[in-house]
Design a protein around this ligand. Sequence first.
Ligand code: NAP
Length: 249
Amino acid sequence: MSLTLTDKTALVTGGSRGIGRSIALTLAEYGADVVITYSSSADAANEVKKEIEAAGSRAKALQADAVSLKKAEEVINGIVEDWGKLDILVNNAGITKDNLILRMSEEQWDQVIDVNLKSVFNYSKAAAKPMMRNRGGSIINISSVVGLAGNAGQSNYAASKAGIVGFTKSYAKELASRNIRANVVAPGYILTEMTDELSDDLLEKIKEDTPLGRAGDAEEVASAVAFLASDLSSYITGDVLRVDGGMAM
Ligand code: NAP
């Protein structure tokens, strides 16, 4: 059996840039119609939409703050109204607001938990009923190795990403009887705008700590997501797949 997503519809949150963009394009290359959401990068999101259409799939780019449950319901109901069903949900939208715990503001804590973790609840909850009606679905939540191992200066981010793991396993248990699978992908250090800010010294240290000896590409995360979205992974649910060059083993 080869990997195909023909006739599948997919939603990728935060699909305008970085890992989300790669995931959206990869799902389209395998045949899925893809909706992406974004926060403020309208031009970048419209470029991704055009690239998906150039690959022969249907596409939409929607501005939708991932923190709003109401917006998540609107986005998913719109997909079901227009395209009939939702097969694949990728909760990818995420931010960092790094600081040591002693200096971290309440706002930095709340923003990261809201954008990274509450968003996963919002979209997964909104997807549940349509996926039940569709007699199945696959949800892939993007966590991080930082959620598995912790990281000094990223307690808010680590808590949000660890929370995603617990949420996903609970969701997988609640909805397995409805043929809805939910899995986590935990990337290591992937070259995107999020990691652009890292100093050369820190990047060198990361390479030293990574058995494969390099940072990863967004496409390498997207391949893992496509596998979990497809029927090739039909007996896998509640799992955490690290895409980290061996960093957190
Ligand atoms: P990125 O390049 O900064 O892109 C973030 C994406 O999320 C953008 O599309 C952004 O939209 C969207 N977004 C941010 N806040 C949002 C909100 N409130 N509502 C809707 N969309 C929002 O980040 P990335 O490196 O690709 O990371 C993607 C995911 O992978 C994140 O969950 C991140 O935590 C995770 N991750 C990344 C790495 C890494 O090394 N890069 C490692 C592990 C895990 P706009 O373009 O409109 O701002």
